[in-house]
Design a binder for this molecule. Structure first.
Ligand code: C2E
Ligand code: MG
Ligand code: MG
Ligand code: MG
Length: 280
């Protein structure tokens, strides 16, 4: 009887397993074709200076429009693209397009904006990554400080010594480095002091329940104060209400992004928004 049960559960498992495999294979195939066809786009979510509400920059976020109008989140397809190595080519495209956007925004009269680009961990293992980015910045005559690279707390913790070297390399050429989704990993606090990062992005999950939930507010305050005392800029992610904005500026958090201010948008919309709101 036990044997039979075991057999049954194995069958169920292997069936689900192959369905998942199938789904992953299909996704990989579609990603491959999308890379070949240049089917990706970028959306830019404004980053706001919380003290006065002006736009200080934007985060570039990958979009993959589907023929049937449906949407697939980068939170789903980026990990898939990492798994099969496609993220290297896609990531290169994201960097190139983001630099061109910085160029166009500067030419449109917004020279102080900083654009943040998410980097996948496998991109960081490319020996020439920083040199290649610097070469493109030079070609386009862009100051390195107009670019911020976002590395997740998870990537930074994978191979800490190597990561420390990469972060230092970026910083030594003047490119900003942000820790993304800060607070979702555990080992970071001890490492934070040895990493010369410029920005810490407080994960959206910390804002949930604020400002009503006192303990949640205390957590955000602790992170903002820690960043401040280390001389690191902080960006709060996922600001959805005016009350959260007020709370965060009260806690000394300098920057924020979230649906309350603006959703990720195509570059022309960002330009229009900048032109309308102006810069402080
Ligand atoms: P992330 O880097 O932490 O990006 C922030 C995510 O939070 C974005 O989701 C953004 O749309 C969302 N968001 C911003 N404000 C709010 C808010 O007020 N409420 C809520 N509920 N969400 C908000 P998105 O665009 O779906 O991206 C998901 C993740 O995919 C990103 O998280 C990042 O880890 C990854 N990703 C996106 N683009 C790229 C890319 O070009 N390269 C790599 N390697 N990863 C990327
Ligand atoms: Mg990010
Ligand atoms: Mg984030
Ligand atoms: Mg995130």
């Amino acid at each position: 009887e036990a044997k039979k049960l075991g057999g049954n559960s194995f069958q169920v498992f292997s069936c689900e397993h192959s369905e998942r495999q199938q789904h992953r294979l299909e996704l990989a195939n579609r990603l491959y074709r999308a890379s070949e066809d240049n089917a990706f786009q970028l959306a830019f979510q404004p980053v706001i200076d919380l003290a006065d509400g002006h736009i200080s920059g934007a985060e570039a976020l990958l979009r993959w429009p589907q023929p049937d109008g449906s949407s697939i989140s980068p939170a789903e397809f980026v990990p898939a693209a990492e798994e099969n190595g496609l993220i290297l080519g896609i990531g290169e495209w994201v960097i190139e397009e983001s630099l061109k956007t910085i160029k166009r925004l500067r030419e449109a009269g917004f020279p102080d904006l900083q654009i943040a680009v998410n980097l996948a961990i496998s991109q960081l293992w490319q020996a020439e990554l920083v040199n290649n980015i610097v070469a493109r910045l030079n070609d386009l005559e862009l100051p390195p400080c107009s670019l911020i690279v976002e590395l997740t707390e998870g990537s930074l913790m994978t191979d800490v010594d190597r990561m420390e070297g990469i972060v230092k390399e970026f910083r030594s050429v003047g490119i900003g480095v942000a820790i993304d989704d800060f607070g979702t990993g555990f080992s970071s606090l001890a490492r934070l002091k040895s990493l010369p990062i410029s920005t810490l992005k407080i994960d959206r999950s910390f804002l949930m329940g604020t400002p009503e939930d006192e303990n949640a507010v205390k957590m955000v305050r602790a992170i903002a104060h820690m960043a401040e005392s280390l001389g690191i800029q902080s960006v709060a992610e996922g600001i959805e209400t005016e009350a959260q904005w007020r709370m965060l500026s009260g806690l000394g958090c300098q920057f924020g992004q979230g649906f309350y201010f603006a959703r990720p948008m195509p570059e022309p919309d960002l330009l229009a928004l900048l032109a309308k709101r102006g810069k402080a």
